[in-house]
Design a protein around this ligand. Structure first.
Ligand code: 6R9
Length: 648
């Protein structure tokens, strides 16, 4: 019994092979691994040719470490592949999006309708002087218009930079400036937790100070909240679209034409603009979406809960599913509005067969209780996926049992903004699943676990995850900072990509992800940088010094915990609670609510090594209430006691 529980908790020792029925109907079988192993580049070339190319390629990979070109002499149009192609194949009447707003309003949009919308929007953008290579910032919630905006950019070769709607004006401005965006697409507001969250005012605030290049702002009407209007700059989306022609021919663009920039947190304070290009990105997004979710586009209804502001929303709401002609659910609001049954009602209403979400959400559903899940009919579900952070085996087993009726396979998918698409994941018709492990590199992907010196470690030992061969959807550089690209990912292990994650392989060779090894936190599956939050805290007038750590949290995986030394005049004038409240709110408005610290501890001093480095491990131990272990490198042993007394 004890052994059984132990296995349940660690997930090791118990596997879930695919059922015979699932295997018989699966879109790929085990031969796909052999195919990729026999000829890796040929395998990817075949996947690429499942797309439509305006001009076929003759070159598969040109690898000049650390720069890769995939299908370099080919030409395609990403939006054509996601839209027109399906209409021309006779699938124009297939539903592309079952959209539902938070208040319960609904829209059904077919492939023909979405194609029409994107053609018009492409004309609108061009009429505003937006062309190939220009950068467009998209600050939109989960509306069909967000999908259309991304695809309209892709269609004309403009590079989109989607900024998550929860980010603050200063964060939006930083992204607009870094990319030198010339155009912004936003909405007046969006429904969130039963209220309208204004968005356009955030754009106005971001653009208030001069020094940017934005000449036009297109505004989708959604919240109907009151907004200000800048004549000559702002234009309503619906008005522009009513005047636009629905004729637009998708131009042939180079395979390496930039598709989008997406900012992500790194280990310094400044977010990195990850650049993805067209042909390789779409190839891997489409292939992995089809193979890992066992997608049957004629019959499946797919729902990925990620916001388009994150990479998961790019690859697995927009590009992968639409390239595959999938029918999907798009939902505007939060999962607990108006009540905790919302996601399950959506699954029942639309007959969702494939559901993709984050471990954090699963743990929240678990805490709310299975009764909310079981009051809806979820028998349509046949594949479940997770992404964003390691999933603990208890949550995995609950997900399968309660959501998946004890039969749906769960695919735990490891990948990053930088990898563009999934890299490690089981194939549901092939792999015997192991709760808690992402298990196997996908066909055509080469992964190792190495020690600090770059030597492959023995199975069972922890190490660092590296990708040993270039892959089609890999980032091409960091926008405007190729040196940082080299330093961050390639300096450490030569021409092997350093992912920043710890990992180990078990005795079967399955890969277990162990979390970040750098100063990046993972809160509810969102990447946050300790340095970025520290610099926000230090930017507040009351702060003298700040240190931030990610402390483990039952629901969100990690939580932001800050230790702050106040300037003495503030320390004397305010209560601790007041200071804590002010600083939490400051971070939320400076970066965005997702960065708001769970706790701010006002402390008299910070533990430092003799060389002056903040000992984060020690702060993490304190935040998690653990024994402190080795503190001998600490410069001042009294500091810890002083902090500890503050925590009580
Ligand atoms: C897609 C996405 C990437 C980081 C990554 C890792 C963590 C993502 C995971 C996982 C364990 C999984 N991560 N998927 N850890 N198991 N299945 O989340 O991209 O926001 O860039 O985050 O998330 O630490 O390095 P991104």
């Amino acid at each position: 019994m004890a052994e059984h529980i132990d296995h349940l908790l660690t997930g090791e020792g118990r596997t879930f092979p695919p059922s015979e029925a699932f295997r018989a109907d699966a879109v790929v079988d085990e031969r796909i691994y052999d195919e990729a192993r026999a000829d890796r580049l040929g395998f990817w070339a075949d996947r690429a040719r499942e797309l439509h190319w305006h001009r076929d390629f003759t070159e598969v990979l040109d690898w000049q470490p650390p720069h890769a070109r995939w299908f370099g002499d080919g030409q395609l149009n990403v939006a054509y592949n996601c839209l027109d192609r399906h209409v021309e194949a006779g699938n124009g009447d297939r539903v592309a999006l079952h959209w539902e707003g938070e208040p319960g309003d609904r829209r059904t949009i077919t492939y023909a309708e979405l194609t029409d919308e994107v053609r018009r929007l492409a004309n609108v953008l061009e009429s505003h002087g937006v062309g190939a290579g220009d950068r467009v910032a998209i600050y939109l919630p989960m509306l069909p218009e967000a999908v259309a905006a991304m695809l309209a950019c892709a269609r004309i070769g403009a590079i989109h930079s989607v900024v998550f709607g929860g980010f603050s004006a200063s964060n939006l401005r930083m992204r607009i400036d870094d990319a030198r965006a010339t155009f912004v697409i936003t909405a007046d507001g969006t429904w969130r937790k039963g209220k309208v969250l204004p968005l356009k005012p955030v754009v106005d605030e971001a653009l208030a100070a001069d020094g940017h290049d934005v000449s036009g702002v297109l505004v989708v009407r959604r919240g109907e909240n009151e907004i200000e209007w800048v004549e000559g700059r702002d234009r309503w989306y619906h008005e522009a679209m009513a005047d636009a022609s629905a004729e637009h021919e998708a131009p042939a663009l180079d395979a390496e034409h930039p598709l989008f920039i997406l900012y992500t947190s790194g280990s310094t304070g400044k977010p990195k603009g990850i650049l993805h290009t067209s042909g390789g990105y779409l190839t891997q997004a489409a292939f992995t979406h089809r193979a890992v979710f066992d997608l049957h586009p004629e019959t499946d209804v797919y729902w990925c809960t990620a916001d388009v502001g994150w990479i998961t929303g790019h690859s697995y709401v927009v590009y992968g599913p639409l390239a595959n002609g999938a029918t999907q659910v798009l939902y505007e609001g939060t999962m607990d509005t108006p009540g905790p049954g919302r996601p399950w009602e959506l699954i029942e209403r639309y007959g969702v067969t494939i559901f993709y979400t984050a471990p954090t959400a699963i743990r929240t559903f678990m805490k709310l209780g299975r009764q909310h899940v079981q009051s809806s009919d979820l028998s349509s579900l046949r594949v479940l996926g997770t992404v964003g952070e390691p999933i603990n085996p208890e949550a995995w087993l609950w997900y399968r049992e309660v959501v998946g009726s004890g039969i749906a396979p769960i695919v735990d998918t490891w990948w990053q903004t930088e990898t563009g698409a999934m890299m490690i994941a089981p194939l549901p018709g092939v792999t015997a699943l192991k709760p808690g492990s992402a298990q196997v590199p996908l066909p055509g992907i080469a992964i190792d676990v190495v020690d600090d010196a770059g030597t492959v470690v023995a199975d069972g030992e922890g190490g660092l995850l590296v990708v040993t061969e270039p892959w089609p959807s890999m980032l091409r550089t960091i926008w405007g900072d190729d040196d940082r690209y080299r330093e961050t990912y390639w300096e450490r292990f030569g021409d092997r990509y350093f992912a920043g994650d710890g990992a180990r392989r078990d005795a079967d060779g399955d890969i277990w992800l162990l979390g970040r090894v750098d100063d990046v936190m993972n809160v509810s599956g969102h990447r946050l940088s300790t340095a970025e939050i520290e610099s926000s805290l230090v930017g507040h007038e009351s702060t003298a010094e700040a240190a931030v750590v990610g402390a483990s949290d039952e629901t969100t995986g990690q939580a932001v915990v800050a230790f702050v030394i106040l300037k003495s005049r503030f320390a004397d004038a305010q209560s601790l609670e007041e200071s804590e409240r002010t600083l939490r709110a400051h971070v939320a408005s400076d970066i965005g609510p997702i960065a708001r610290p769970r706790q701010v501890f006002i402390v008299p001093d910070l533990p430092k090594t003799r060389s002056g480095k903040i000992m984060r491990r020690l702060l993490r131990d304190l935040a998690e209430g653990r024994d402190l272990g080795d503190t001998t490198t600490l410069a001042d042993q009294g500091v810890v006691e002083a902090i500890r007394s503050q925590l009580r």
